[in-house]
Ligand binder design. Structure first.
Ligand code: MG
Length: 192
């Protein structure tokens, strides 16, 4: 089975686009005029992309869904499974996080002109995996559009009504609580 995992709110607690933006302008406030310009010229996608190019992800500061990570590690032990990180965050950030964990085969993120969420994410999944069965792991309303076109799903949520909405559009295999914590030191040094 192919597993496609969302990043923001699913694998990690926060929204990397927001985190990377604020951390970057706090460190380099001189970039604020450039941020206005990027947003004005190319909207959110251009802003996210340019911030992603200069932002360094610090894995030790992010909070992860540790139960989901354990589950993905278990899935990866079966050679019939392949696991991909597929996120609306910008490609450079997604690649850095995907390459950190050995269970991810690859990471797909937003480009300067494609915001990889909802319908766009489903289109990418169809393009890469064709008619193969895909289980999509997500956490938010925008993910309902992805589940509509995928074989099955896993939900990360504490919200009963959201879980019910997901069950209406695909077969939900499993539900994880939206519970996040820092990776422990041992995990960080062994790199998953
Ligand atoms: Mg999400």
């Amino acid at each position: 089975m192919i597993y496609c995992v969302d990043l923001d709110g699913t694998l990690i607690s926060n929204d990397m686009s927001v985190t990377s933006f604020f951390e970057t302008i706090l460190k380099k406030p001189q970039l604020i005029p450039a941020c206005y310009r990027w947003h004005h010229e190319g909207g959110r996608a251009r802003l996210k992309y340019n911030i992603g190019e200069i932002y360094n992800v610090d894995i030790s500061r992010l909070k992860f869904n540790l139960e989901l990570i354990d589950y993905l590690k278990e899935l990866a032990e079966n050679p019939d499974n392949s696991i991909y990180l597929v996120s609306g965050s910008t490609q450079s950030i997604v690649s850095k996080i995907a390459s950190y964990f050995s269970f991810f085969k690859e990471g797909f993120g937003s480009s300067i002109d494609v915001n990889l969420t909802g319908k766009n994410k489903l289109a990418l999944i169809k393009k890469y995996f064709g008619d193969s069965d895909v289980c999509y792991i997500g956490n938010a309303r925008v993910d309902l559009k992805v589940w509509e076109g995928t074989h099955s799903g896993i939900v990360v949520s504490n919200c009963g009504s959201f879980i019910s909405s997901a069950k209406k559009v695909t077969r939900i295999e499993k539900v994880f609580k939206g519970r996040f914590a820092h990776l422990n030191q041992e995990y960080i040094s062994n790199k998953g």
